[in-house]
Design a binder for this molecule. Structure first.
Ligand code: FES
Length: 573
């Protein structure tokens, strides 16, 4: 490809003053031939000390750089917005769209021909993919990988999942406060993201199922030297992607999303993936809705026995063979037309993918569960839909009727959940509202609300819970979440009162409050709920609250849907 054919040549080619300025300011060690028409590859780097899951990305980026150079390209480090799941308040999800928007503009506004996306912690891969989809420059993802397995008192610790378990055991009195504190230093053994099948693990694997990762790479633990070798290879590939003009829009097709939904069910992935897949598809103009998630996933067996629903951790999945043999087992359910960044088909070479431990990855003939997809519920509580992950729920609660115990905010729940006076029993249905995209704002991971202490002490370990927020991918329980429309957007969840009978029937895909519609029509939302509505005066929150869409369409901003491409129409110099 000649100089004039590269996008970066719009900045660097020619003899005029502008080209001189662009080249001169980049000539800090770059040789003259860096501007002779080679592809310039941005390494979108989410390394940050405040995103501990991604803190190793500078080393990963160094390997990517070597690969780019080796293939004849010029690598440029591009730090982008990084979101640390555990630290950012009130919730990292509030900024997923901001990270995607800022990254999109950085891609478009800079002299680059292709991008390597370094993501790990929950929101980082979704935001990077949303950005890449909207700019549609050649792109490849390097998932940063999970941490190694830590142990406590001889038992492996699932990062995230065991935090919930240990804290519930402490609240129930079966673990001392001192022991709980001691487990803290055992939880995080190494660099890398959470090691359960949480959102980060899920999105890394789904990025590969979507075709955006070198096949076989996703799930490689962060400290594994093979991650660096694959990062080098990804750098080489990025240069090739530019030369072949292979763009995300040719990879992220409807077939790719079909395969991601199949993979999501087979690995027992996080419910958060539903929101992220819908948002990424929205950037590409692909029609994908909640019903697709339910229908495509419905026949898929659960094959991966990982926490939070199962026993093992990501290091075990990698040892057992990773995603490829999982895909081989469900090959007949995949769309065989989907392509990957390599230019080949996702199904190419699947026959050679071996399972090395059938406890961790089950064979199709002996699944953990026959039908593992995330179920989409509708009814007078969720006219636009809600989701539940049956694989993480208690089977006996999937069909349930119980009295509502309603909380109007997280603060309300925290204040009353452990009160001895709380009128609740094991059959009650806990309802938490005011936690949707607009209402909180940011749709935090609170749907798996803690159980009332007095029930925990009686041995109750799960209850039906309903919320317009999200749930951590590392959490478990019979939780109906992403209720849409949310209470703050006029959803009927706002009209439920404590004592109302709630009926959940996952097989029938329904979630209802069993009272007359006329009675619902007579009710209005409680003042506490509307008074608490966020009304930020300025900044990102103002923009977010004014434009965020509901969970059933991916909670993107309404004006960010679709793609603008890589074209820059004006130049200021
Ligand atoms: Fe980063 Fe869990 S906190 S992946």
């Amino acid at each position: 490809m000649s100089m004039t054919e590269q996008r970066s040549s719009q900045w660097y080619a020619g003899d005029d003053r502008n080209a001189y300025i662009h080249r001169a300011w980049m000539r800090r060690g770059l040789p003259q031939h860096a501007f002779d028409g080679r592809p310039h590859i941005a390494i979108a780097n989410t390394a940050s000390d405040l995103t501990p899951c991604n803190a190793h990305f500078d080393e990963v980026a160094a390997s990517v750089k070597q690969g780019v150079y080796e293939a004849g390209g010029i690598p440029v480090n591009l730090p982008v917005v990084s979101l640390g799941e555990t630290l950012m308040r009130p919730t990292a999800m509030l900024w997923r769209n901001m990270a995607a928007m800022a990254t999109e503009e950085l891609f478009r506004g800079n002299p680059i021909d292709g991008v390597v996306l370094l993501g790990g912690c929950d929101k980082t891969i979704p935001a990077l993919l949303m950005a890449a989809a909207s700019v549609d420059l050649p792109a490849v993802v390097v998932p940063g990988g999970p941490m190694l397995t830590g142990t406590f008192r001889g038992r492996p610790l699932g990062c995230g999942t065991d935090v919930w378990r240990l804290s519930e055991e402490t609240r129930a009195g079966s673990l001392s406060q001192e022991q709980f504190a001691r487990s803290e230093s055992s939880m995080i053994r190494s660099r890398g993201h959470c090691n359960t099948m949480g959102t980060a693990s899920t999105m890394g694997l789904l990025a590969e199922a979507l075709g955006m990762v070198i096949p076989g790479l996703a799930g490689t633990p962060a400290p594994d030297s093979r991650l660096l070798a694959a990062s080098h290879e990804s750098g080489r590939l990025a240069v090739d992607l530019v030369r072949q003009d292979r763009r995300p829009s040719s990879i992220l097709t409807r077939a790719a999303f079909h395969n991601a939904i199949v993979a999501l069910a087979a690995i027992g992935g996080s419910t958060n993936a539903v929101v992220h897949l819908l948002a990424i598809a929205g950037r590409l103009g692909i029609t994908l809705n909640l019903d697709d998630i339910d229908h495509i996933g419905a026949e898929v067996p659960l094959l991966v026995d990982l926490q939070p629903a199962g026993r093992f951790l990501m290091e075990d999945l990698h040892r057992a063979g990773g995603l490829r043999p999982v895909l081989r087992e469900v090959r007949d359910l995949l769309d065989a037309t989907a392509r990957t960044v390599t230019g080949g088909l996702l199904v190419d070479g699947l026959d050679e993918a071996e399972i090395w431990d059938t406890e961790v990855i089950r064979r199709r003939a002996a699944p953990i569960r026959e039908c593992a997809g995330i179920a989409v519920l509708r009814g007078n509580l969720a006219p636009s839909g809600a989701v539940i992950k049956p694989a993480a729920a208690s089977p006996e609660l999937l069909r349930h009727r119980g009295r509502a115990v309603v909380f109007d905010s997280i603060e309300d729940m925290n204040a009353r959940i452990d009160s001895p006076e709380l009128d609740v029993d094991a059959d009650s249905v806990l309802v938490l509202r005011g936690c949707g995209p607009r209402g909180y704002p940011g749709m935090p991971e609170v749907a798996n609300m803690p159980l009332p202490r007095k029930l925990l002490e009686r041995g109750v370990r799960d209850m039906v819970r309903i919320c317009d927020g999200r749930m951590s991918g590392t959490a478990y329980g019979t939780v109906v979440l992403h209720v849409a429309p949310e209470a703050a957007a006029g959803g009927p969840l706002a009209l439920v009162r404590t004592g109302d009978p709630i009926v959940l029937d996952v097989e029938a895909r329904t979630i209802d409050v069993d009272i007359e519609q006329a009675e619902l029509d007579r009710r209005s939302p409680p003042a506490e709920l509307t008074d608490a509505l966020a009304d930020p005066a300025r900044g990102w929150e103002r923009l977010y609250v004014d434009h965020v869409m509901q969970a059933d369409t991916g909670a993107d901003l309404d004006f960010l849907r679709g793609s603008t491409g890589d074209r820059v129409s004006r130049e200021s110099h």
